[in-house]
Every structure is written in structure tokens, then in C-alpha cells.
Ligand binder design. Sequence first.
Ligand code: URA
Length: 244
Amino acid sequence: MKRERLDKVLANMGKGTRKEVKQLIKQRLVTVDGKLATDPGMHVIPEQQVIEIDGKPLLFKRWIYVMLNKPDGVISATEDSFHETVVDLLPEEWAHKVHPVGRLDIDTEGLLLLTNDGQLSHSLLSPKKKVDKEYYARIDGRVTEEHVAAFSQGVTLDDEYVTLPAKLEILESGDTSEIHVTIMEGKFHQVKRMFAAFGLRVMYLKRLRMGSLLLDDSLELGDYRELTEEELLALRNGSDAPDA
Ligand code: URA
């Protein structure tokens, strides 16, 4: 377990800026294992030691895993000069720490995982791992069994890249069609470009699943919740645990 500066631990837990938490220490409000902390640079092991501010113990959590039901109009990034970002939807204490695991287009809705666990994130995004992503889409046009067969072979995109085989399921076929599609990569605008290869336009796209992680359908657009232990364990299956 990592030893870290006390002021850094407090700041990372959203107790203020480094300067502000130093003030708390100066005001003799912070104790570590019951003893007054006077040095902001003292090293602590936050998982093992009891840190209190004004008599209230802090609950230390190193790893954050949040599922967001991303709404339309929000960018999958941590910063953007023009648009609201997905981290702007989260509480302050998480917003500065987490990053989105992969990207959804600005107009795509649905499941987005945000975490500060770079190892898990890397593993879920690694092309080698072929983590599947399932989407629901409404398509402007008729989707047929021929498309299903073509998707299962891999689709040649506008830049000549041939996708890995994808599973296409037709829910409704008509002037407008409804489908589920599962892909194993995350190329730029991939689902939209796969349909565009057949002259079809995606009118609405929503991610339902990433690997074992299903979008919680009780989450309204813009809402989020932490992953459960079971969800996290299932996601980690096949990836190394972080060095907690
Ligand atoms: N494919 C797309 O075209 N857009 C997304 O946001 C995700 C997958």
C-alpha cells in the first residue's frame, strides 16, 4: 500500500485545495490515528490509518468506478472548451479524478464507465482483449438479413478498414429499423460507419453493455452510480487487479 503526503491525500479526497488543507492542519483540526497532525508533508497510509478532520473520520477510497447513463449533447472527455463533458455531470470529489473508459459520440447515449483505475481502463480498451460493446440503434432505412450476414463477416469502412465480425440482431425492420449490434472494437464512429457502408444512417445510438457490464436501466439520462462489487469483479475477470 502506498504512503502519501497527508495534504495530498486530503486534497485528493475533495477536502480542499492543497493550500486549504494545509490551513486545516495549521488550525489543528486534523488527526492521524488519534494524534494531532502538524506536518502537511507527513506520510500516511490512508487505507490503514484513521484520519479525522474536526473529529470526523474520513472514508478513504482509492479507486472509483462509476457507471453513467450518458445523455445526448455531452462530450466523452474530461475537458472541453465548448461543451459540457461527462465529468461535469459527476460530483466534484470524483470529477477531477476519473476519466471515461473510451468514447461515445456527442449524440450517443447510454453506458459509459468512468474510473481512476488506469489498469482496468487500459485492459478494457486494449484491442487484444476484444471486449464486446453492445448498442441499440434506430436506423433510417430497412435493415435485412443480408446486413446481418455482412456484419457477421466484417464490414469494409470508408477508409478500407475491415472490421472484425459483428453481431447484428434485427428487432424491427421497416422504413425505420431497430437493431442491436455488438462490436469488438472501438473505431471512430464505428457503428455509424458500418451502417453507412450500406447507405444506411444511424438516427439514434445507445450503448447497452460493455463486456459484462450492463447499463442499469433504472438510471435516467445523466444519472450515475458506483459499480457494485459483483460488477467490478466480473469486469476485472481477465484483467489484473489494481495494486490497492
Ligand atoms: N459507434 C459510433 O458510431 N458511435 C459511438 O458513439 C459508439 C460507437
